[in-house]
Design a protein around this ligand. Structure first.
Ligand code: ACO
Length: 459
C-alpha cells in the first residue's frame, strides 16, 4: 500500500498534543509548526482549547477537515481506540510514538493496533518511535531536533534515542537529509516498505538504515536487491556479537540473527555494510553529494607521504587498488612540481608545494579524461593555508560548472583545517579530518558503482 500520506500529507492531527513545553506531545506540534510545514496541523487534546496558537480539538472526529496523518502520543492503553477513531475518520497513516507494546511483552496490544488500522486500510508507523521527518515538504513530526538540514540522505532507524542523537549529528556534521523515519517495533511499516517508497523519491539519493533485525527476510532481500540497482543502501547492523544480539532482543524485541548470515545477505543484495556510525555517515555524505563514479583511474593527490600511505592501506582494505596515474597527466603536472615530487599514485606533491600548486594538481587530475575520481589529501604546513586551499578548490570547481566526477577531500591539521572542512562540505565537496575516512568514503562510491553494474548486468 502507498506510503504517500507518510511523506506528503495535506493535514496532520496530533493526538496527545500537550499544553506543557517539554512534553513529547508539545514538542511534536512545535516542530511541525516551526520547521515550516505548510499543510494543516490539528492538535487533539480534550483538555485544551489552543496549543502553540493552533486551535485544539477534543477528538479526531471533531476536526472539520479530512485528515491524512495522525500522530499518536497518548499512553499505550489508549492507542487502539485512537487508531480506531483515526481509521473511521479516513486517515491513511498513524504514526504511533507511544512505547509500551512488544518491547515490554505487550504483543497483544500491538496486534490490536494493527488489526484496527487494517480494518480501515490505514498504515501504522511504530509504535515506540520518535516520529518522521520529510524535508522537501518541511515536515518534522518528531520530538527530535528541529532544524534538520534538507538534502538527499534518507535515514531509517529502528532505534529511537540513538536515532534522535544521530539526527542531531546530521546537523552538526552538515549532512543534508531528505527523510528521517523512526520505525521502532515495525508493527506494520518496515524497512522493505520504506525502501520501496524511497527508491522512487526524487529527493532521496542514498538510503541509510540502522538495523537491529528484519522480520520478513525474504521480502527484505528481494526489495533491497531491486533498490540497490537504482540507489545505494547503507546499513549499520547492530547486534553483531552474541551479547549484542541479546541486547537487541530486549531493546526492540527483534531477532538480531547471525552476523555472518546478515553480512552475506548484504553482499548478495548489494547493500553497503558500514562497520560503525561514523563510517555510515561518511559514506552517506559522499554518496549523496557527489556524481556517480563511472570508470577511469582513482588518482590521489597529497602533500604528505605518510597520509598517502594511510590512504593506500585504507583503499586496499576496502577492495580498491591504485594504478599509475595516466601518462598525459604526469606530463602535464611534472614541470610545475618540485623536482623531488613523486609522480606515482598517490601523487606526492611534497611539503614544499604552494597553495596554488596543490590546487592546480587536484584540478588537472579532475580534468584528465582518463581519471574517474580524485582524492585530495592535504596535511597542514606552514607554507600553505587550508582556508585558501579550500576556497580555491571551490572557486575552480564553480568555474568548471560543478563536478562531473567524484572528488573527496581530506584535510588534516588544526583549527583552520576544521573550518576549511566545513567550507568544503557546505560547498558540496565531501571533506574529512583523517585520510582513512576520506579513503573509505571514496571507496564506497567506487564499490557502489561495481555493485550497480553487477545488479544491472552492465559489468
Ligand atoms: N486524546 C488526546 N489527548 C489526550 C487524551 C486523548 N484521549 N487523553 C489525554 N490526552 C492529553 C493529556 O491531557 C496530555 O495533555 P496535557 O499535557 O496538556 O495535559 C497529553 O494528551 C499527553 O498525555 P499524558 O497522559 O500526559 O501522557 P505523556 O505525555 O506523559 O506520555 C507518551 C504520553 C509520550 C506517549 C508516553 O506514554 C510514552 O509512550 N512515552 C515514550 C515515548 C517514546 O519514548 N517513544 C519511543 C521512541 S524514541 C526514544 O526512545 C527516545
Amino acid at each position: 500500500m502507498d506510503l504517500e500520506a507518510l511523506f506528503k500529507p495535506e493535514s496532520i492531527a496530533v493526538v496527545g498534543a500537550s499544553r506543557t513545553p517539554g512534553k513529547i506531545g508539545y514538542e511534536i506540534v512545535r516542530n511541525l509548526k516551526e520547521y515550516g510545514y505548510s499543510g494543516r496541523v490539528y492538535p487533539v487534546n480534550p483538555q485544551a482549547r489552543e496549543i502553540l496558537g493552533l486551535k485544539s480539538y477534543p477528538s479526531i472526529s471533531a476536526i472539520p477537515d479530512k485528515i491524512d496523518m495522525v500522530v499518536v502520543s497518548v499512553p499505550a492503553a489508549m492507542v487502539p481506540d485512537v487508531v480506531e477513531e483515526a481509521g473511521r475518520k479516513g486517515a491513511k497513516v498513524a504514526v504511533v510514538i507511544s512505547s509500551g507494546f512488544k518491547e515490554v511483552g505487550r504483543q497483544d496490544l500491538e496486534d490490536e493496533v494493527v488489526e484496527r488500522a487494517r480494518k480501515y486500510g490505514m498504515r501504522v508507523l511504530g509504535p515506540n518511535i520518535f516520529g518522521v521527518v520529510y524535508s522537501p515538504a518541511r515536515i518534522n513530526a518528531s520530538f527530535g531536533p528541529k532544524d534538520v538540514i534538507p538534502g538527499h540522505v534518507a535515514f531509517v532507524t529502528q532505534s529511537g534515542a540513538l536515532g534522535i542523537a544521530l539526527m542531531g549529528m546530521t546537523i552538526v556534521e552538515r549532512i543534508g537529509v531528505s527523510a528521517i523515519v523512526s520505525i521502532g517495533n515495525k508493527s506494520d511499516i518496515d524497512d522493505a516498505d520504506l525502501l520501496e517508497y524511497l527508491v522512487n523519491d526524487d529527493a532521496t539519493k542514498v538510503i541509510l538504515i540502522y538495523l537491529e533485525g528484519v522480520k520478513d527476510g525474504k521480502r527484505f532481500i528481494e526489495v533491497a536487491r531491486r533498490v540497490s540497482a537504482i540507489k545505494p543502501i547503507i546499513v549499520i547492523k547492530a547486534g553483531r556479537t552474541e551479547v549484542g544480539a541479546k541486547a537487541v532482543a530486549s531493546h526492540t524485541g527483534s531477532l538480531a540473527g547471525n552476523v555472518v548470515i546478515y553480512s552475506s545477505v548484504f553482499k548478495q543484495t548489494g547493500i553497503l555494510e558500514a562497520r560503525n556510525i561514523e563510517e555510515a555517515f561518511d559514506w552517506a555524505r559522499a554518496l549523496s553529494y557527489l556524481p556517480e563514479y563511472k570508470n577511469g583511474d582513482l588518482v590521489v593527490v597529497t602533500n604528505g607521504g605518510g597520509a598517502g600511505v594511510m590512504v593506500t592501506d585504507t583503499l586496499a582494505l576496502n577492495g580498491v587498488y591504485l594504478s599509475s596515474p595516466p601518462e598525459k597527466l604526469v606530463k602535464e603536472i611534472k614541470p610545475k612540481l618540485p623536482g623531488f615530487a613523486s609522480l606515482g599514485n598517490p601523487i606526492d606533491v611534497t611539503g614544499m608545494i604552494t597553495n596554488e600548486g596543490y590546487v592546480d594538481t587536484v584540478i588537472s587530475s579532475l580534468l584528465n579524461d582518463d581519471v574517474g575520481a580524485v582524492l585530495a589529501v592535504y596535511c597542514q604546513t606552514a607554507v600553505t593555508d587550508p582556508t585558501i586551499i579550500a576556497g580555491l578548490i571551490i572557486r575552480k570547481i564553480k568555474e568548471m560548472g560543478g563536478l562531473s566526477k567524484p572528488l573527496v577531500a581530506s584535510m588534516i591539521g588544526g583549527e583552520e583545517v576544521y573550518w576549511a572542512i566545513q567550507k568544503l562540505n557546505d560547498a558540496g565537496i565531501p571533506a574529512y579530518p583523517t585520510p582513512e575516512r576520506a579513503a573509505s568514503s571514496i571507496a564506497s562510491l567506487i564499490n557502489y558503482s561495481k555493485i550497480r553494474k553487477r545488479l544491472t548486468g552492465n559489468a
